[in-house]
Design a protein around this ligand. Structure first.
Ligand code: ZN
Length: 333
């Protein structure tokens, strides 16, 4: 009995301090912010956020201004933007671009080639341990517009992937407002050029001087829709199989915080498909990836904000904030 009391007395102050900071951040995540971010990013005014075009650049400026306003520091000293170029050998039709130096050198010798200028947006919160990094990211580009389409000509991309961008923005703000410095440094990333072949995340990894210090990557791509209306709480939770604790974390947070989600847990030996998680998984960095499945509006002009399941989006954002809290603060995993 005495032993138990002693343990309780010792552990209580530490426990209540970090719990309250974590919960303070959690409480800032809400539907109104999600609606504001997605409302702008998926509006007709920015014409489908195509990488390298005017709409994509406006989306980038918007994200930069939101980060600056919340007080998140840029990762690189002078700018939130990480500019990069991608090249393609064809000029007559749409084909894959590359950011690989060997391909670029080859394409530059062709009589004609395409070049796109894009920008990732990178913010960070420095950790107590400056050696280890955790990255949380979502792509902000989408398919732009097509003047030849009859009727709606704009690919608004509310689910793909303004939904994911809203989650990264809310989680950055929640960490700042928690008032607690994370254990590891967290990078908040908004990738450009995903729809053209994961160009932004791949460029980041090719030029990153601290790849071996990245201890985890959390990805969002399409987290706002119901694939099946009879299962509105459904979300696919992919994670690197070698880290079963990633599944345990979510199971326990769902109970503790009463999160209204019914995840499909998908441990995956190497999550190299589908989205920017591939740029990390192929370099053996442990990954968690949230996704609410395809739907009839996927890559169609009808991917509009009024079809988002806001409650689910907010619960996913909260559960991912809690995942990130663990990734940044757990001593080991
Ligand atoms: Zn996407």
């Amino acid at each position: 009995m005495r032993k138990i009391i002693l343990l309780y007395l010792i552990s209580l102050p530490i426990f209540s301090f970090s719990q309250s900071a974590k919960e303070k951040g959690l409480a800032t995540i809400n539907k109104e912010s999600a609606q504001a971010y997605i409302g702008f990013l998926a509006s007709d005014a920015i014409e489908g956020r195509e990488a390298g075009r005017q709409g994509g650049r406006i989306a980038g400026e918007y994200i930069r201004s939101v980060l600056q306003d919340m007080g998140l520091k840029p990762l690189n000293e002078n700018s939130y933007f990480q500019p990069f170029e991608a090249y393609s050998p064809e000029r007559q039709k749409r084909v894959r671009y590359s950011v690989h130096p060997d391909s670029i050198a080859k394409y530059k010798n062709l009589p004609a080639f395409r070049k796109l200028r894009m920008r990732n947006i990178l913010g960070c919160i420095e950790g107590r341990n400056k050696e280890d990094y955790i990255i949380v990211g979502a792509h902000y580009d989408h398919l732009g517009m097509d003047e030849a389409l009859d009727g709606d000509k704009i690919y608004n991309g509310a689910d793909d992937n303004a939904s994911g961008v809203s989650a990264v923005l809310q989680i950055a703000k929640a960490f700042l407002l928690s008032g607690e410095k994370p254990g590891r440094t967290i990078i908040f990333a908004f990738w450009d050029g995903e729809e053209l072949g994961l160009l932004g995340s791949e460029n980041f990894m090719q030029t990153c001087p601290f790849v071996s210090q990245i201890k985890g990557y959390l990805n969002f791509d399409m987290i706002g829709r119901n694939n099946d209306e009879s299962r509105p709480k459904h979300v696919v939770y992919f994670y690197t199989e070698a880290y079963p604790v990633f599944g345990d974390w979510l199971k326990s947070d769902i109970i503790t915080y009463n999160l209204q989600l019914e995840p499909d847990y998908r441990p995956w030996d190497k999550p190299i498909g589908g989205s920017d998680n591939a740029s990390f998984a192929k370099r053996d960095i442990p990954v968690i990836w949230y996704h609410t499945d395809g739907h009839p509006d996927y890559h169609q002009p009808g991917d509009h904000a009024d079809k988002i399941n806001w409650d689910k989006l907010v619960y996913i954002t909260k559960s991912a904030y809690l995942n990130l809290w663990n990734l940044a603060n757990a001593k080991t995993y």
